[in-house]
Design a protein around this ligand. Sequence first.
Ligand SMILES: [Zn+2]
Length: 170
Amino acid sequence: MAKPTTSRLESINIKDVSAGNKANGFVKYSYWLNAKFVGHLVHLEQTECNYGGVRYWFTCPNCHRRVGVLYLSSGQCACRKCFNLAYKSERETNQDRLYRKAGKIRDRLGWRPGIVHPDGDKPKGMHWKTFRRIKFKHDVIANRICGATMEWINKRKAIYAHIKAGNPWV
Ligand SMILES: [Zn+2]
């Protein structure tokens, strides 16, 4: 299977981060997604250059690696490697498969079934790193399901408005 192209994701480049944010050591991104307000706090790191000066990096909020570019998609902010891992198995799949996958993850975490329910805690004995990786995958899937549902509702709304306005059934 071909790797997803990152161009369809919104990306942020360390080069575009202002000097003020660099001085603060973090940068904040917030926006609306599926009627939900999403905010990301991204930490910045710096390394010394060989010839003097410093170079700035993002710390990927998911894997904590040092990266120059971060991607925003499905309400998540992470590096390309993280998104490739999350998308690899659930790309080009239908809603049922997404629901099943989300259910499987929730089951593994011991969370209440169904993405409409709030997320649970980290299971006892599971490493934080493992938990974060699994939760990230869950959130990407859950947000894709929400996005598709909102699209469906909006389409319905448009059809009802069309009929209500005296237009024929479509
Ligand atoms: Zn990452």
